[in-house]
Design a protein around this ligand. Sequence first.
Ligand code: SF4
Ligand code: SF4
Length: 371
Amino acid sequence: MGYLGEEIKKLGFGLMRLPQKDNSIDVEQTKQMVDLFMEAGFTYFDTAWAYAGSEDAIRQALVERYPREKFQLATKNAAWINCKTREEAIAQFETSLKQTGAGYFDFYLLHNLGESRTHFFDDFDMWSFVQEKKAEGKIKHVGFSFHSTPEELEEILEKHPEMEFVQLQINYADWEYPAIQSRRCYEVARKHGKPVIIMEPVKGGMLANPPESVQKILKGAEPDQSVASWAVRFAANLEGVITVLSGMSNVEQMEDNLSYMKTFTGLTEDEMHTLRNAQEELSRIPLIPCTSCNYCAKVCPMQIGISGSFTAMNYLNLFNDVAAAKHQQEWLVGGHGLKLASECIKCGKCEQVCPQHIAIREELAKAADAL
Ligand code: SF4
Ligand code: SF4
């Protein structure tokens, strides 16, 4: 048995970026991915009320196709999205139960605590609500996901020792990155004795395709392993980790992750050395640390394609290829019915919810100029 009395392998299926077809989730491909994952002995699935269509898709692809006791399902409560009352926040839990058809949740998280979002859970006393549901058997384990400073994490864990685990953004690029502080947050959680679930190990896909100089280091060390595998293995190698969530978007990504995580037993000293070299190399290249979580999109009154603009700008910064960056922008912004960076009215609402603390207005202005 692993942490919290659960038997969970070190790879979890993150359901935030499921495959798309005709502008909705490709449930048939999701089924194939679920089957591959389960066949390989992995059992942990992570969705959220806030991931559009994800709870419904996982009901069809997993819950209705496998015995309930054969997998663990996690979902999350985002009381800070459009909730004015406790009842509205609680309604998210009931909606999640209905959408997933799961009957109960193995892991239930208060979603994205930190900064201006935490007080919603205090105001609506969601802390006691989740304990009530735990007592009723509708939730097995209660924790929270978090995007903010180690100091704030310390404060929450001191106030709420009943929380059983913490979900943190951890990857080799953000380990010492000042806006994220992966290492320090991880150390705070461990100091409080909390096991950790890792999210964004591949940094929203960016570490699957890092700058050429970084790829050279990783491919030079292990030519047969994918570059993304280094990112997942870095996270899985940490002590005190329940599982590492990889937000897989197609069968190929699933197959790649399974190929090395099926037999993963830890990194060697040589492999750690290679990762330290990659970290040093990466820290020399300035990028916008956007993970495409799209929390900003939920509050932007102008429907600006913020994350798409940033992905395009990062393409430009990494590969210095204006045509490729513009292509990214066309697809991720206009192609998704969103507006260009140049139409931003600089209201600043997006910056209040961005877990990566990006100076969004400033970066959008640069994107408008460059693209
Ligand atoms: S500052 Fe611009 S991008 Fe941000 S919420 Fe306002 S209009 Fe949208
Ligand atoms: S700008 Fe911030 S809130 Fe918006 S998608 Fe990127 S990381 Fe998420």
